[in-house]
Design a protein around this ligand. Structure first.
Ligand code: MG
Ligand code: MG
Length: 272
């Protein structure tokens, strides 16, 4: 059952989402050659606790860390380790927190130094597909409309759209109804309702859509070992329209990037 949230609950969710956004912004400055994902994980845990929140992934389904760190061919759910990042890597950092009983959960794929042009393009298109999906998250639409938008766009670019892992409703639980696949058919699936809150998160592969899981029981990686990208936002359905709860602006500030990509999903009166 889809759980609609009150205005007050949506504001609490925004607070949780923004702690994740700030955590990712802090990490943006630290992601560089020679740094280990375990080190970044420790920084994130400290940062989250300093903000009087709790890491949302740590211990969830027995996950051992604060961040899911998935470099290169890893799609999602990679476990932080002591292998240093190297020039040319990409790394999806997925972060969750709990504050006031509500979860925030979003992700960004970072570049380490100079990356291959085709990988750069994969990141760009995957992030664009996230916004295409978010645009369809509105009253009158259904789950399939979001998935359709993401799938069509990514497949048009020749990419593989991961099927086995999906976005999800988000709230007092990390995974609520409905599942939000990154593929689908127009007008199919559950109907969106006012006040619902979701995590939309395309996982897009440069090559085949097929994946494997490592024997650690967590890490998902591409079958052909080509790179995979992952971007995730938390979105509420407010006044019939998608409103972003999370933001990449702290990442962009840290990296000196100018972007207006989120403007259309902001409450007009809100000054962030
Ligand atoms: Mg996530
Ligand atoms: Mg998620």
């Amino acid at each position: 059952m889809i759980i609609a949230k009150s205005r007050e609950e949506i504001e609490l969710m925004r607070e949780s989402a923004l702690i994740v956004s700030k955590t990712l912004g802090m990490l943006a400055k630290e992601v560089k050659e020679g740094v280990t994902t375990l080190h970044l994980d420790k920084l994130a845990e400290e940062f989250i606790r300093d903000h009087k929140a709790t890491p949302g992934f740590l211990g969830l389904y027995d996950f051992p860390n604060t961040l899911c760190m998935s470099p290169n061919a890893q799609v999602v759910h990679g476990i932080p380790n002591d292998t240093p990042l190297v020039n040319g890597d990409i790394i999806s950092i997925d972060c969750g927190v709990v504050k006031n009983d509500f979860y925030g959960d979003h992700a960004y794929t970072f570049s380490v130094g100079e990356i291959e042009p085709e990988t750069q393009e994969l990141l760009k298109i995957t992030k664009e597909s996230l916004y295409m999906g978010i645009r369809e998250f509105k009253l009158g639409n259904r789950v399939g409309d979001v998935g359709f938008a993401i799938q069509q766009f990514c497949e048009k670019h020749g990419y593989g759209v991961v099927r086995e892992l999906v976005g999800h409703g988000l709230g007092r639980k990390m995974h609520e109804d409905p599942e939000m696949p990154n593929y689908g058919r127009r007008g199919r699936g559950k109907k969106f309702i006012e006040g619902m809150t979701v995590a939309i998160e395309p996982m897009i592969n440069l090559g085949t859509r097929h994946i494997e899981q490592l024997s650690d029981g967590w890490t998902i990686l591409t079958k052909d070992r080509k790179p995979s990208a992952h971007f995730e936002h938390n979105v509420a359905l407010v006044n019939g329209k998608p409103e972003l709860l999370s933001t990449f602006r702290y990442i962009y500030e840290a990296l000196g990037i100018e972007s207006d990509e989120e403007n259309e999903f902001r409450e007009q009166s809100r000054v962030l």
